[in-house]
Design a protein around this ligand. Structure first.
Ligand code: F6P
Length: 348
C-alpha cells in the first residue's frame, strides 16, 4: 500500500460485506467531522476563543469552547450514520440517535488534551466503535459496558503540525495523513509496529508522592539510568495530551503511564476506560504493543460506569510486561520485590 491509497479506497476494499459496511461508514463520518475540527484548530485564535472555559462536564472537568464545538460536530455527523447510541466524554449520558435498530454504538472523546488548545500543541479526537448489544434491554449505558475486546474499530485523529487519522479495524494499525491539497486522508504508514523495547517513558512526575510503591520504584529505576539495576539511560516526555503521547509511541516506541494515585478522585487515575483506554489499547495491541491497568489487560476490563476511569499503562511490549511483572510480584508475595530494596532517587 502506498501514499496514494485514500481512506475511502481503503474502507471500500475492507468493507466488502454487509457486516463490515456500517463500520466503514462510521469511520468515514468521523473522518469528515475531523476535517472540520482540523480546519478550526488550524485557524487558532482567528477562529475565536477556542480555549475559553465555557463550563464543566458531568465529571467536573472544565469544558472549553473547542470541546463543545468538536462534540457538536461529531454528534451531528454520527447521527447520520448507522449508529444507535453515541456516548461522549462531554455528555453525562449516552444519546439515542433515533435509530434503535442501527447495528453500531460509538464512544468519543471529542477533544483529548484540551488543556493544550491555547498552546498550539497537538490535541486529538478519539473514537471507539462497538456492536449494539443485544443484551442491553433498552438501557443505553449497557451498550457501552462491553469489554474493549469487543470493539469493531477504534482510532484517533491527531491535530498537530499535520492532521492524521490512526485507525484499526482489527487488522493492524494504519496511519492516514490528511492531504491539505485535496482534503483526502491518505495511507502513509500501514501496519505500524511499536518497537518492543524502549528507553523513553511518559508520566506526570509531579504526582510522584501520590503513586504507589510499584510505580515509584519503576520510575526510580528508569531515573537511575546506567548506574542502576536497568543498566541503561532513559529519556522522559510529558505532553499532557494522550493522543500525542500515543502517536509518539506508535512511531518510535515508549511507555505511557497514568496510574491510580492517592489524590482525591484519582484512585483509578485520570483517563476514561470507554473513551480513552479501550481505543488506545486496541490500537496498541494491533501494532504489537500492550496496554494494561497494572493488574490486567485493558481490553478485558468490563466497564460498569459510563465515565469510569482506569489506570492506564501502554506502549512497548517488553517495558509494559516488566511493569506488569513488578505488580504481579508485589501481589503474589505481599512483600516488596527486590526492586524496593533500592533507595529511590526522590527519597531521602
Ligand atoms: O484526558 C485528559 C488528558 O488531558 C490527557 O490527554 C492527558 O494525558 C492527561 O489528561 C493530562 O493529565 P495531567 O493534567 O495530569 O498532566
Amino acid at each position: 500500500m502506498g501514499a496514494s491509497i485514500t481512506l475511502n479506497r481503503y474502507l471500500d476494499d475492507w468493507a466488502k460485506t454487509s457486516d463490515t459496511r456500517p463500520t466503514a461508514e462510521v469511520v468515514r463520518a468521523i473522518a469528515g467531522a475531523g476535517k472540520v475540527i482540523s480546519g478550526l484548530i488550524a485557524q487558532g485564535q482567528l477562529a475565536g476563543p477556542l480555549g475559553m472555559i465555557v463550563g464543566n462536564n458531568s465529571d467536573g472537568d472544565q469544558q472549553k469552547e473547542l470541546d463543545c464545538l468538536a462534540n457538536a460536530q461529531l454528534i451531528d455527523t454520527l447521527k447520520a450514520s448507522p449508529v444507535a447510541f453515541i456516548a461522549s466524554e462531554e455528555l453525562g449520558q449516552p444519546i439515542a440517535t433515533g435509530k434503535p435498530d442501527a447495528p453500531l454504538c460509538v464512544a468519543i472523546d471529542p477533544l483529548d488534551g484540551s488543556s493544550n488548545i491555547d498552546t498550539n500543541v497537538s490535541v486529538g479526537t478519539i473514537f471507539s466503535i462497538l456492536p449494539r448489544s443485544e443484551e442491553a434491554n433498552g438501557s443505553a449505558n449497557l451498550h457501552f459496558f462491553q469489554p474493549g475486546s469487543k470493539q469493531l474499530g477504534a482510532g484517533y485523529i491527531i491535530y498537530g503540525p499535520h492532521t492524521a487519522l490512526v485507525l484499526t479495524l482489527g487488522e493492524g494499525t494504519h496511519i492516514f495523513t490528511l492531504d491539505p491539497g485535496d482534503g483526502q486522508f491518505k495511507l502513509t504508514k500501514a501496519n505500524v509496529q511499536v518497537p518492543a523495547q524502549t528507553r523513553e517513558f511518559a508520566i506526570n512526575a509531579s504526582n510522584y508522592r501520590h503513586w504507589d510503591k510499584v510505580i515509584r520504584s519503576y520510575i526510580d529505576e528508569c531515573l537511575e539510568g546506567t548506574e542502576g539495576h536497568r543498566g541503561k539511560d532513559f529519556n522522559t516526555r510529558w505532553i499532557a495530551s494522550m493522543v500525542a503521547e500515543c502517536h509518539r509511541i506508535l512511531m518510535r516506541g515508549g511507555i505511557f503511564l497514568y496510574p491510580g494515585d492517592d489524590r482525591l478522585g484519582y484512585g483509578k487515575g485520570r483517563l476514561r476506560l470507554i473513551y480513552e483506554g479501550n481505543p488506545v489499547a486496541f490500537l496498541m495491541e494491533q501494532a504489537g504493543g500492550s496496554a494494561i491497568t497494572g493488574k490486567m489487560r485493558i481490553l478485558d476490563v468490563v466497564p460498569s460506569d459510563i465515565h469510569q476511569r482506569v489506570p492506564l499503562i501502554f506502549g512497548s511490549s517488553e517495558e509494559v510486561a516488566l511493569l506488569q511483572g513488578n505488580h504481579d510480584t508485589k501481589r503474589s508475595t505481599g512483600h516488596r520485590s527486590p526492586l524496593f530494596s533500592r533507595r529511590g532517587l526522590f527519597r531521602t
